[in-house]
Ligand binder design. Structure first.
Ligand code: MN
Length: 237
C-alpha cells in the first residue's frame, strides 16, 4: 500500500508580493548567535563555532500581516519563551559551500519566532540529553511572509525587535550576529546538503523571556515587516 500526502497539506510559507507559497522541507536553527544573548544563556559564544538544532517542518505557523495568528501555549512547560529571529529561506541545492558562494543558495528572508520550552530545554541540558523536547513541538515556529532576495537583497544590518503587549522585550541589530549568514550556511552545509524548502533560523538577540496565554507578540525586522501572534490557552484533548 502506498500512502501520499496531498501537496496542499505540506507546511508552507507565503511569498510576499505573490500568490506563491514556499513549501517547507527542513528547519535548522543556530544557537547563541548574538553575544549578549549568549551571555544571558551562560556562555561566551564568540569563542565557539556555531551549533545547530532542528525543528519539524510542521512546527511552522505562517502569519500574513495584518493577521494575528493564534499560537497555543504548549503542553508540559511552565516557562515558554520567545526568541525573535531572522529566517533564511533556501532556494537552491548546495553542500560544502564557501562563505563567498553561500548567498547564491538563498531564496529570501522572513521574520520568525523560535518558540522555546525553556524549562525543558534547560532540564535536558543539565543531564546532557538532547534538547529536542524544548525546541521541537507543535506551533514552535511562527513565521511571516518570505521576502525574495530580488525584493530585499541580503539584509546585513537593521533593527530586530520584539514587543510583548506593547513593551519592548528584545532589541538588537542584524549586524551584531556572531556568525553572519554566509558563514553560518558555510558551517551548516559541511554537515547537511541544503535543499530548496529549507529554513534557517539565525539566532536571537538578548532579552528572551516568558509569555503566557493572552499575551500579544509583535516581532519586527527592518525591511522585512512584522509578525504578530497571540498566545492562547493550550489545545484541549
Ligand atoms: Mn533561537
Amino acid at each position: 500500500m502506498k500512502y501520499a500526502i496531498p501537496a496542499w497539506d505540506l507546511p508552507s510559507v507565503p511569498v510576499a508580493g505573490s500568490d506563491l507559497a514556499f513549501p517547507v522541507r527542513h528547519i535548522y536553527c543556530v544557537g547563541r548567535n548574538y553575544a549578549e544573548h549568549a551571555k544571558e544563556m551562560g556562555g561566551d559564544a564568540a569563542k565557539e563555532p556555531p551549533f545547530f538544532f532542528t525543528k519539524p517542518a510542521d512546527a511552522i505557523v505562517p502569519v500574513v500581516p495584518p493577521s494575528v495568528a493564534d499560537v497555543h501555549y504548549p503542553l508540559a512547560t511552565r516557562n515558554y519563551h520567545h526568541e525573535i529571529e531572522l529566517v533564511v529561506a533556501i532556494g537552491a541545492r548546495g553542500s560544502v559551500v564557501a562563505p563567498e558562494r553561500a548567498e547564491a543558495l538563498i531564496f529570501g528572508y522572513a521574520v520568525g519566532l523560535d518558540m522555546t520550552r525553556r524549562d525543558l530545554q534547560h532540564a535536558m541540558r543539565e543531564i546532557k540529553r538532547p534538547w529536542d523536547i524544548g525546541k521541537s513541538f507543535a506551533e514552535a515556529a511562527p513565521i511571516g511572509p518570505i521576502h525574495r532576495v530580488a525584493e530585499v537583497g541580503h539584509p546585513k544590518r537593521g533593527r530586530i525587535a520584539l514587543e510583548v503587549n506593547g513593551a519592548i522585550r528584545q532589541q538588537g541589530d542584524l549586524a551584531d550576529m556572531i556568525w553572519d549568514v554566509p558563514h553560518m550556511l558555510h558551517f551548516l552545509a559541511q554537515y547537511y546538503e541544503l535543499l530548496p524548502g529549507d529554513l534557517v533560523f539565525t539566532g536571537t538577540p538578548a532579552g528572551v523571556g516568558a509569555v503566557v496565554a493572552g499575551d500579544e507578540l509583535v516581532g519586527r525586522i527592518e525591511s522585512l515587516g512584522e509578525l504578530r501572534i497571540r498566545i492562547v490557552a493550550p489545545q484541549g484533548p
